[in-house]
Ligand binder design. Structure first.
Ligand code: GDP
Ligand code: MG
Length: 436
């Protein structure tokens, strides 16, 4: 989706003057791309109509940069379509019950864990209840998830009444002082009455504060049907769109809000427990339009990074004084962030060849530290003075080899380049006004 729309928009952007025909052509291409990406037909039709009307208006045709104006309109309308950002959980004063529902394989169990981890970081005390009594090994799976994030899991082995489990879990939460109860329910391959009946019973019995539909973003056209079905029987409070890291980005997201009028609250972007992000319409729009997701990246980094150190690093970045001390600090903090390549993939314009050069093995970090610590303060601040002799001395001092030192210098330079690129990206985005 991204590639096509981006191509169309780039063609427009390059034009000095636009004719009605240019706009018609561009709209046709965008329409096709959206339909191919499984965006609901009616949604596409309305979207194109609005964009076209605005594009043919005088605000565009008479402006100095008509192509860019159209791009701006497409972006703005897409954000509108995606709805407001409502990535909030409505906590109650008592135990906040959050019910997860959705089809089998959508990601309910994993996302229950991700939410629990998020709440834990907010100093809450979550409990997850294993209410999926059908899928073999479902309880075990949830237990593994809970163990990994150190969150308790409530289960009743052998019990075949999900409503009872949910109720007992609530009592347990009360007893143990948990303030959030996440119900991981069962899914089916298709929506069926038995499933809905059971979910409704849990709902009326515990009156959850939030009923979140977990929806696989790869479901395409069906996503809207599934959402409508769950919404009409369960009255969901929001959607969590999973597997946004896959290919099918956006199609479902674009139709959901328009069709169900329920907000997408979060998106999940991978199999790790930390791969849960708030849903930001402007970022999703830029993802769809192919601008990469720099802001998500920055936010992710902010959660793990020491804020003060990060601020200092940002300052240095601005003045382009990225030193080996910064590099070392960054390496250490990156370890908290998870795989480096995943982060770097989110940077627009970063190609895989560049990525290979800065990819750093976790084991390698030990050597890197030793090498950097063998540099003098002057060398760390200004690596350009590290000549052949100095390299030999550093290699000997760190108990490594000149090749290793060379490799590190190369990695350092690549990283510096990437950081520079990120800095520049951030600036242009701010200038474009697409991000706030
Ligand atoms: P459930 O049947 O709804 O409980 O779904 P699960 O939580 O068991 O997830 C089904 C599969 O999807 C598992 O293999 C998960 O690891 C995977 N999965 C869940 N969320 C994501 C995501 O955001 N990205 C990716 N790549 N995989 C995910
Ligand atoms: Mg499950």
């Amino acid at each position: 989706l991204s590639d096509k729309i981006q191509g169309t928009l780039n063609k427009l952007k390059g034009k000095g003057k636009l004719t009605e025909k240019d706009i018609n052509n561009a709209m046709r291409e965008i329409k096709l791309s959206l339909l191919e990406a499984d965006v609901n037909f009616k949604v596409v039709k309305d979207f194109i109509k609005t964009v076209k009307e605005r594009s043919l208006g005088s605000e565009v045709m008479e402006s100095l940069t008509p192509g860019q104006q159209v791009v701006k309109i497409v972006n703005e309308e897409m954000i509108k379509l995606l709805g407001e950002s409502e990535s909030k959980i409505d906590f109650s004063d008592d135990i906040t019950v959050i019910m997860m529902c959705g089809l089998q394989g959508a990601g309910k169990t994993t996302t229950s864990g991700k939410l629990a981890l998020k709440f834990k970081k907010q100093n809450k005390r979550p409990l997850i209840a294993a209410c999926d009594i059908y899928r073999p090994a479902a309880i075990k799976q949830l237990e593994v998830v809970g163990k990994g994030i150190d969150v308790p899991v409530f289960k009743i082995e052998g019990e075949n009444d999900a409503v009872k489990i949910a109720n007992e879990a609530f009592k347990e939460a009360k007893k143990k002082g948990n303030d959030v109860l996440i119900l991981d329910t069962a899914g089916r391959l298709h929506i069926d009455e038995a499933l809905m009946e059971e979910l409704q019973q849990i709902k009326s019995s515990l009156n959850p504060r939030e009923i979140l539909l977990v929806l696989d973003s790869m479901t395409g056209q069906d996503a809207v049907k599934i959402a409508e079905a769950f919404n009409s029987t369960m009255e969901i409070s929001g959607v969590i769109l999973t597997k946004v890291d896959g290919d099918a980005r956006g199609g479902a997201a674009l139709s959901l809000r328009a069709v169900t009028s329920k907000p997408i609250k979060f998106v999940t972007t991978g199999e790790k427990m930390s791969d849960l992000e708030p849903f930001y319409p402007d970022r999703m729009a830029s993802r769809i339009l192919g601008m990469g997701d720099v802001l998500s990246l920055i936010e992710k980094a902010q959660e793990s990074f020491d804020m003060k150190q990060a601020k200092e690093m940002e300052q240095r970045l601005k003045s382009m004084q990225f030193t080996f001390d910064d590099f070392l600090m960054q390496m250490e903090q990156m370890q908290n962030l998870g795989p480096l390549d995943q982060l770097l993939e989110m940077i627009p314009g970063a190609n895989s060849k560049q990525l290979k050069n800065i990819k750093i093995d976790e084991k390698e970090l030990v050597y890197i530290k030793a090498i950097i610590q063998s540099m003098t303060k002057k060398e760390r601040n200004d690596p350009s003075i590290i000549n052949g002799n100095r390299r030999k001395r550093i290699a000997a001092g760190s108990g490594t080899s000149v090749q290793r030192v060379n490799r590190l210098l190369k990695q350092f330079n690549e990283t510096k380049k990437m950081m520079k690129k990120m800095g520049a990206m951030e600036k242009t985005m701010k200038k474009r006004g697409g991000f706030k």
